[in-house]
Design a binder for this molecule. Structure first.
Ligand code: DGL
Length: 273
């Protein structure tokens, strides 16, 4: 299958990004790769995350995807430069989730006080902070690693008392900081959106990186005349294909992943990178 949008993540979480891409671009073929054998990336060193990310990208590049979306925030934070060096823009366009989220956060903030939550590796990298400050040097940024939210979402406990307790423990400090916008800087956090909103109060706007990235993907492909419909001269298309590859634990991916994707997953193939 040529001309698909390639999406990769450390595992299941990136399906929240794919879900938004499918909503925004229902006529596009997609190929998703979840590196389930080596998840989580969020606790690993930058060198390891870069190495894993390059291997994942190579797999999708060999499938001749037309655009590579790095759905994993940890890979986007730590590995995007290496990925863009390995794949120059004229060869393969590589899009991370950080730039679209940051633009969206700066568009909606009024107080210019923005919070970011993510994995340990993402927060340690300060990639979000740098990206925000590059676009608006006056913005005040507050960050917090929230690693426990990842297993809670995978366990299906996103609306439980456990989730509320953990979210409160991580996020209570943000209430006093006067932020009006919080970037959900990890693939799993959109699953906990309601719990996070209840913890912080409805007045704090939450930025869903998947949605922001999906809009950016649409705009980019449209601008470059590379939308599938445009290429085919318009008209509704039915023959859209969605392929799924994982590196391990295929059954768990199907079970948990269907919840993250919001639709049934089928035809998942296990591969080695
Ligand atoms: N996909 C990762 C991220 O968005 C979360 C899971 C992991 O640590 O690999 O940062």
């Amino acid at each position: 299958m040529r001309d698909a949008i390639g999406i990769f993540d450390s595992g299941i979480g990136g399906l929240t990004v794919l879900r938004e891409i499918l909503d925004e671009l229902p006529d596009e073929h997609t190929i998703y790769l979840g590196d389930t054998a080596r998840v989580p990336y969020g606790t690993r060193s930058p060198e390891t995350v870069v190495r894993y990310s390059l291997q994942a990208a190579r797999f999708l590049a060999e499938k001749q995807v037309k655009l590579l979306v790095v759905a994993c925030h940890t890979s986007s934070a730590v590995g995007l430069t290496a990925l863009r060096t390995a794949y120059p823009e004229d060869r393969l366009r590589v899009m991370g989730v950080i730039e679209p989220s940051v633009k969206e956060a700066l568009r909606i903030t009024r107080t210019r006080r923005v919070g970011i939550i993510g994995t340990d590796a993402t927060i340690r990298s300060e990639a979000y902070t740098h990206a925000l400050k590059q676009l608006d040097p006056g913005v005040q940024v507050f960050t917090k690693a929230c690693p426990l939210l990842v297993p809670i979402a995978e366990e299906g406990w996103e609306d439980s008392d456990v989730a509320a307790l953990v979210a409160d423990r991580y996020l209570r400090g943000f209430r006093e900081l006067g932020i009006d916008t919080l970037i959900l800087g990890c693939t799993h956090y959109p699953m906990l959106r309601d719990t996070i909103a209840r913890t912080l109060g409805q007045e704090i706007r939450l930025v869903d990186a998947g949605a922001a990235t999906a809009r950016e993907v649409r705009d980019l492909l449209k601008q470059e005349g590379r939308l599938r419909l445009a290429a085919a001269g318009g008209g509704a298309r039915r023959d859209v294909e969605h392929l799924f590859y994982v590196t391990d634990a295929h059954e768990r991916f199907v079970k948990v992943g269907s919840r993250f994707l919001g639709r049934d997953l089928a035809g998942v193939i296990t591969v080695e990178l």
